[in-house]
Design a binder for this molecule. Structure first.
Ligand SMILES: [Mg+2]
Length: 186
């Protein structure tokens, strides 16, 4: 692959404003049964310690429909473990996405094939690239907040370039809306 083509490894299957804009019914009809998701700036702002009501409702809706939900995060094991405890979600920390290990571990834990899983995340080079490498259906969301780890801030510069290239290939950026009632301050 050369030129623009090499950016296609980062192309998400969907690009939406937030998890609240994901059509869970449609995913179910597509045969998806396992929702793998990033944590920071996807489910909650970076290092946010508790589960807001909006997320609680969303998780209930997903689980009532029959989905399994699992967090895969590159953040510290302790942070991810703490969030796993308050949310009741199985969670894999220090996953080093885009590496395959965390994704594989999750598929194994829930006894699912790659084509039954979706991966949701706010970062192209970790969440989406990692998912695409394993053939998982990938959903990119806008980051919930501008506050993030310094390493992520640097990656965002390169990510902006990649996103511009993907827009040339037809990726549509969602309009940023008011987040779904999370009530997070700045
Ligand atoms: Mg994230």
């Amino acid at each position: 692959m050369s030129g623009l083509g090499r950016f296609l490894q980062f192309m998400p299957n969907e690009y939406v404003n937030s998890i609240y804009d994901i059509d869970l019914e449609r995913l179910w009809r597509m045969g998806k049964r396992l929702i793998l998701t990033d944590l920071d700036n996807t489910l909650v702002p970076w290092n946010h310690p508790w589960v807001p009501k909006s997320l609680e409702d969303w998780l209930k809706r997903a689980r009532d429909r029959g989905f399994e939900v699992c967090i895969i995060s590159n953040n510290r094991s302790q942070r991810v473990h703490d969030f796993s405890r308050v949310s009741g979600l199985f969670a894999i920390g220090a996953a080093r996405k885009p590496r395959s290990r965390g994704f594989r571990q999750a598929l194994e834990r829930f006894q699912m094939d790659a084509d039954a899983a979706v991966m949701i995340g706010d970062q192209l080079f970790t969440d989406i690239h990692g998912a695409n490498r394993l053939g998982l259906y990938s959903i990119l969301v806008l980051p919930m907040h501008t506050k993030e780890w310094w390493g992520t801030k640097i990656l965002r510069i390169f990510e902006a370039v990649a996103l511009a290239m993907l827009r040339v290939r037809g990726l549509k950026r969602p309009h940023r809306q008011q987040q779904g009632g999370g009530g997070f301050g700045r």
